[in-house]
Design a protein around this ligand. Sequence first.
Ligand SMILES: [Zn+2]
Length: 178
Amino acid sequence: MALQIVLSPDERLREECEPIDQIDDDIKKLAQQMAKTMYKYEGCGIAAPQVGVLKQLIVIDCDWGDTGKKNPIFLINPEIVEKSDDIITECEGCLSIPGVSFEIERSRHVVVHARDLEGRLMQYDAKDGLFCRCLQHEIDHLHGITMFERLKPQDRLSAVRAYHEALDNGAMPGDTEV
Ligand SMILES: [Zn+2]
């Protein structure tokens, strides 16, 4: 069953999420439901607070859009252990902020540690490209940071305005333009 997407400015998107200490059946079920939700709305990543659960779990699949093959990566308690000062700015969208996309600055290279659904410690070394950007975007969600907080202060007001206009025009999760 796909879950409902929490939309900005819902307070749950601004909360710090709890680490997961036991990967039980509920967590595994939540992970599968999040994946389903991500595919339904054609996102390449989703974080638990986006379905209203304040836990440190994200799902990413950056290849699906190109290959049509589903290969979700589940990250529990992900942590950026290394990131470059070298920055790239590219357009990003968010299932919780439908109808708009913004230019966001991200590190060109990150190293992330996380547990998978079996509890194994995994390391992801991501450079350039969508996966690198998506990791940073989704991990931000676990710490109450949305794209709006990543914008320069002088760009924030017009971004919020554009978003509310998109909502008024009926923007739905998965839309990057209305
Ligand atoms: Zn997002």
